[in-house]
Structure formats: structure tokens, C-alpha cells
Design a protein around this ligand. Structure first.
Ligand code: 3MF
Ligand code: MG
Length: 348
């Protein structure tokens, strides 16, 4: 088999093993303690864990800085004992009463201050866990009605917040994870183009990159593999959240490849052709189990998504590159289309 170019390390978050509640019904699975989740994640062949700040230190707003760091050290020891790394710790900026009207872009200056201070604590937790970088999903930075905010001001408020964090820790690297909507009607940093643009207006763009999530690209009506290629061309794709999404619906976080296998193939292709992972980039999964999933199968969607990535990697590396080049030269894209479909189906 041809040599694989990329170096793939997989990560996922404890929120990917969930209780199955949705807006229309309660939990259907029991809560699994963090220690247990981490052990299972290791057993599934993952190399790293993604966290929210309060996954590491629950109820963190009510705790002293010393207590927070003490609890963070405990999680670091747990990771060490399993031989796992922390990929990132992301601030949960969408839960507290202070972030109802947005975090960095709240109309209340006291709430904006809260958001920055909370994120500084998240930076400290990242450092304690020796994570690769901090990810920010700008969940509530947008509007329900346009007149409530000024779009230009919002962009500059986010820039100022990122600058404050970059100045707070001169070694910090920040990844922006864009999403076009949900929970907001309209997010201000809605696509990967917006996120990459945002990196350039910060005080140190060399320390700000992006994370492409499959479902978020699809919700924006875009092709995730093209979004990855766009960010790669800017040298800004430092992480991904692979999953799948059945068109313009609620955010589904389906297993990778579950809805559109060809889309998934092309995401693996764009990463592999670049040699993704050589600079420490992670293959993150952000997948949700179906509500119908029983307790005993709580991890299947994670194992399946990782395996689908590896299977598609094999499909990418066994592509007949000579034939591909020949068909491209001849501009015979009908034949190329047929060849790709047959290759994916294991037919000649
Ligand atoms: C929402 C998401 C988030 C982010 C996470 C890390 C809860 O659609 O994808 O998951 O991935 O907050 O930044
Ligand atoms: Mg995500």
C-alpha cells in the first residue's frame, strides 16, 4: 500500500459521551464519570482529549483560583496515567447568566469583562494541562435581531478580547471554531473565511488559527473539504472537528461519514494530500450518539468515526493516481466521477 503522508493523532471531548437529552426530551443514558470516559477514550485508540474549562473543573465560577488549579492538576495526572494528551481546553462562554447577551460582544461591559476574565482562567487551565492550544467556539457572539447590535463593533470587540488573551499569555495559541447559527439566529464569525479573516486583525496573527467542523461548514451551505483546503492555503488549519450533518437542519454531529461518504472521503483526501498532522495538528472528532443509543453502546459512534477515517485514508492512499492524472489531463471528469464512485464502492 502507498505510504501515508499525514501523521494522525485522534482526539475527542467528554461531551461526546452524552446522556442523550434534546430540546424535546430528557436524558436517556446515565452520566459516565470523567475518569471512566478518559479510560474508555484511551481504550478506543485515541491519543488526546478535548475539554471545556468546566469539564476539567466543574462549577468553576464558584471556586478560587488556587482550587481551580488544584483540580486541573488532578486531571493532568489522570491524563498522564492513561498516556493521553490534552488537545485543548475551550472556555464555555454560553452557559452563565453573564453570557445571555453574548460573551465578548455582550451589550453590558460588565459581562464582556466577565467573559475575558473567565477565558484567562481557561488559559491557565490549558497551561496546567499542557494543551496544544485553546479553542474558542463563539457560541453567542451574534444576534437574534440585527438591531440589537452593530456588526462592525462586534467584530472589533472579539478582536480586542483575543488581543487581551494573546497579551495575557505570550505563548498562547488560539483556534477559532466558526459556526453560522445555533444557538444564535446569525453568528458574527460564521464561516472559515470569517475566522481566517479575524486571525489577521489580531495583534499576533501567527498565534491564531482555525478549526473546521464538518457540520458547521455544511450548515453554512459550504463543502467542508473546501473549507479545510482554504484554511490550509493560509497555513491556519490547526485542528478539525470531523462529524457529519444531513443538510440544513439542527446541528446533528452525526458520526463521520454517516451521511455523505464522498464528502468524508474528500475531507480525508485534502488532509492527506497536505500531510496534515506533521506540525502537530490533531484529528478531532465532535460526534454525538443518537438518542436511541443504549448505555452499553455509549462509545460506538466515536469508535466508528475513527475507523471510518482510517478506512477512508486507505481509500485515499490506494487511489490510482496515474489514472486520476490522465483523466484530469483529458478533462474526462465523467470518467473520473465514475472511477471515484467505483473506488469507494470497491468496484472496478
Ligand atoms: C458546537 C460545537 C462545540 C465546540 C466546543 C469546543 C460543544 O456546535 O461544536 O461543542 O466544538 O465548544 O470549542
Ligand atoms: Mg465542534
Amino acid at each position: 500500500m502507498p505510504k501515508i503522508r499525514g501523521q494522525y493523532r485522534f482526539s475527542c471531548g467528554p461531551w461526546n459521551v452524552s446522556e442523550g437529552a434534546d430540546p424535546f426530551g430528557p436524558e436517556v443514558r446515565r452520566t459516565v464519570p470523567l475518569t471512566r470516559k478518559i479510560r474508555e477514550i484511551k481504550n478506543l485508540g485515541f491519543d488526546g482529549v478535548q475539554f471545556h474549562d468546566d469539564d476539567v473543573v466543574p462549577d468553576l465560577d464558584a471556586k478560587s483560583h488556587a482550587q481551580i488549579m488544584k483540580e486541573a492538576r488532578r486531571v493532568k495526572r489522570l491524563l498522564d496515567s492513561e498516556g493521553l494528551e490534552a488537545e485543548f481546553v475551550a472556555p464555555r462562554l454560553w452557559f452563565s447568566p453573564q453570557t445571555i447577551d453574548g460573551a465578548f460582544t455582550s451589550n453590558d461591559p460588565k459581562c464582556r469583562h466577565y467573559a475575558i476574565e473567565r477565558t484567562k482562567i481557561c488559559v491557565d487551565i490549558n497551561n496546567e494541562l499542557e494543551a496544544s492550544w485553546m479553542v474558542v467556539w463563539l457560541a453567542r457572539e451574534g444576534t437574534y435581531i440585527r438591531e440589537s447590535k452593530n456588526a462592525r463593533t462586534q467584530v472589533l470587540q472579539i478582536r480586542d478580547a483575543l488581543d487581551a488573551l494573546l497579551e495575557y499569555d505570550p505563548r498562547l495559541r488560539i483556534l477559532i471554531e466558526p459556526k453560522p447559527n445555533e444557538p444564535m439566529d446569525s453568528s458574527i464569525i460564521s464561516t472559515i473565511g470569517h475566522a481566517v479573516g479575524m486571525t489577521y486583525i489580531t495583534c499576533d496573527s501567527s498565534r491564531v488559527g482555525v478549526l473546521v467542523e464538518t457540520a458547521h461548514s455544511i450548515l453554512a451551505g459550504l463543502d467542508p473539504s473546501d473549507d479545510m483546503g482554504y484554511a490550509l492555503a493560509h497555513g491556519k488549519l490547526w485542528s478539525v472537528h470531523l462529524n457529519d450533518q444531513g443538510g440544513l437542519k439542527f446541528d446533528e454531529d452525526k458520526s463521520f461519514g454517516s451521511y455523505n461518504l464522498r464528502h468524508a472521503f474528500n475531507q480525508v483526501r485534502v488532509l492527506e494530500e497536505y500531510g496534515y498532522g506533521r506540525n502537530g495538528e490533531w484529528v478531532g472528532l465532535d460526534v454525538k450518539a443518537m438518542r436511541t443509543t443504549k448505555q452499553t453502546a455509549s462509545y460506538k459512534h466515536l469508535a466508528n468515526s475513527r475507523q471510518t477515517f482510517l478506512n477512508l485514508l486507505e481509500k485515499v492512499s490506494t487511489l490510482d493516481r496515474k489514472l486520476e492524472a490522465q483523466l484530469i489531463r483529458a478533462r474526462d471528469y465523467e470518467e473520473l466521477d465514475r472511477y471515484i464512485l467505483c473506488h469507494l464502492m470497491g468496484k472496478k
